[in-house]
Write a protein of this length. Sequence first.
Length: 691
Amino acid sequence: MSHLIEFPRAQAEDTLRVEQLSNDLFKISLTRRNKFAIFSEAIERLDAGQNEADLVLRNLETWCPETAVHFRRRTSEIILNTPFRLLCSSPTGIPFDGAFMVRQYLAVSYSWHNPTWSMTSSFGVWPIGERFAAAILAQRGHPREGVWIDQVCINQCDEGEKQQAVACMDVVYRSCRKLVVLLEDVELTEAEAEVCKRCDAFYPVYDFDKHTHNENEITYLISMFNKIVAARWWQRAWCFHEFVIAEPWTYKRHSYSHTTAFVMGVGNKSTIAVSWLTLQGILVAVKLRLDHKTPQGDQLDPLLVILQDHTSPLLDDHDRQAGAITASFIARFDAVAQKGCLLPGDRLSVYLNLIGLSLAYFRSTEPTADEACYLATMLSLAAGEKMSLITTKQEPLKINGKKSWLARSRAYADTTLSKFTLGGIKGIHSISTHKLEIDLVLFESPLRECTEAELATTYTIFPDIIKSAPLTLKVRMGQFPRFKSDKDLDPYRRRFLASIIAGGHNLARRLWAQIDQEIVQLDNKGLFVDFAPNEDLRLNATVFLDALAKNRPKDLDISYRVTDGAALALLTWITDPRSFYWASVLPQRISCTRDGEQALVTVVDFSEEFFKNRDNIRLAVPTDLLQKGSALTRAWFLVSVKNEQGIAAWKVMGNALLLGASDLTMELRKTKQSGQTGEAVMLQRRQVVIG
C-alpha cells in the first residue's frame, strides 16, 4: 500500500447511521459535520503543523529519499473522511439532542487480551468483562455521551480503515471529554479500595507527611502499589500513547470532569474508579516517600514524570515552523521503545502521534526493531534535533545484516533531553542506513593524558583522599541516593584536577564558567539544596591557584585569571559526587586554538575497537554541535578507514564530553582570515562516516 487511503465523501457518511447492538446499546456513525464539531480543536492543531511536516519531509527528501517515501502528510480531510463510530447506551432509545449530534465522548484505554489472559474475556459486544463495561458507562456525564473503544468502533475486517484509524488515533484520544483506563488484571481488596477513597481527599505526593498513617494503611498502600504496577497496561506502547495523547499535563485535565479515570476490580465483584491525580499521588508516595522499589515499578517512570516540561509540549511554541522551540522527539521515542509492542512498526505510529507531527507512517513490509529506531531518528534529525547526532554509541544498529553508523536506542525515557529548535541542523548532506555525510570540525593535535608528574601536583592541594562535599535534599524522599565511595572516586577526581592544572588559568576559567552556567544553575532546580562553595576548601583553593600560576603565560591579563571565588567553587564542584559524570573516565587535553589553549575531553562511550585504534584516533565535532552544552557527548572519536568501494571514510570509535573549549567557531574564522599554517582545528565539509 503506497499511500494513505482517503475515503470518498460518499463513505464519509453525511447521513447519520445507527446500528442497534442490544436493547439499550447503539453504535452510531458520526456525520462529517458532527466529526468536525467534535474534533475541531485537534484538527486545527493538525493543520497548524503542516509547516513543520513540510520541513521534515523536505529534509528527508533531500538527505534520504528512500526514507521519505515511508511518510505522508496528515490533513484535516483525511481525519474527516475516516469513519468514526461511538457506542451510546440508553434504555429509552437513541440518546440524541435536537440537532441529532453527539457533543462529547469517553475514550477507553485497555490492554488487549493475549492468549494467556485469565480474566473474563468479553461481555456481549464489549471486549471486556461486564463490571468494567458498567464502570465505563458510569463515567458518562450524561446518557447522550458516547463511548469510543477501538475493537468495536473500528471495522476490524477492513485493513484500509484500520490503517486510516491508526493515523487518526491521536485526534481521537486528544478530543475525548475523559480518558477511561481499565486495569482489568488488578483486583483490590475492600481494605485497599478504602485507602484509595481516603487518598482521594488529599493529594498524597504533597500531603503524605501531613497525615498520620497507621501500620495497616502503609501495608495496604504497598500491596496496592505492587498490584497496580504489575498490570499489563503499563507495559504496552499503545496504552502509553493513549494516556499521553490525552495530555495529562494540561490545565484542562486537572479538572475532575476531564482527568483520566483508572478503573480497577474490587473483590472480584465490583470496581473502583480512581482519578489520575489521586493515583499518581499514591504511586509517587509509595515509591519515594516509603522508598518502595520493585523492578516493575521502574516502568512507571515515564508516566510519573509526564508533567515535566521537557517531555510534555505544554510550553512549546504554538507556531510549529522553522525556528520554533519544541520538546525532544527522541525522549518520546525512547519512552515508547521500552514498552511492549507486537509490531515494531507500530512504535513509529505511536511516536508520530506523541510528537504531534502531521505525518503518518505506512509500511509495505514490517520493519525490524532496529529499522524502526533508524526511521524514528531520521525524523528527529529532519526536524532539527541535534541530540540525535550523539547517538553513535557502542552498540550500532544492524540493518540488512550490516552495522549502521547509528546506534541502538538505550530505550530509556530520558526526560532531561532539552527542547530543540525546529530546522536547526545545517551540516548534514546525505544519510543512508550505513553512511552519513556531514560537516565536521577536526582537531589537528593529538590527545594528551596527564603525566605522573602532573598527577603528583594534586597531592599538594589534597594530601589525603579527596572527601565528597556534603549533600542535603530539599525534600524528604525515602532512601538517600547512593554514590561511589571517596576512595573509589579519588583516582578520577585527581586525573580531572591534574588535567585542569596542566591546562592553566584560561582552561580553569572557561571550565568553571561553563560548569556554572550549564550544570550548577540547572541542578539548583533539582532535589538537592542549592549548590554553594564549600568554605572548608578555602585553603585548598589557595594552593590550587598557586599551582595554576605555574602554568600561566607571563603576560596573562589579570581579568582572565581565575578568581578566589571561582577556584573555591570549582574545587567544591569537583568534590561533589554528582560531578562524576563529567569527571569520570580518561580525562585528556587537546589544543583548541593556534595559541595553544587547551580543552578537556572526558570519554563517556566507546566501542570495543576503541583501544585497538587508540593511536590513530582523531577528535572531531559535527558543526551542528559546536554550540551545544557540556552535558552532551558532542565530540566524536574517529579513525580513518575505507568503505567497500575503497573510498576514504571515518568510523566512530566513541563519544566524549568536550569541556572548557574556546569558541571554536571564532577559532575557525581566525584561521581562515590569517591564511597561516599551524591551525588547531579545521573545518572539513562532506565527511563520510560509515558503520
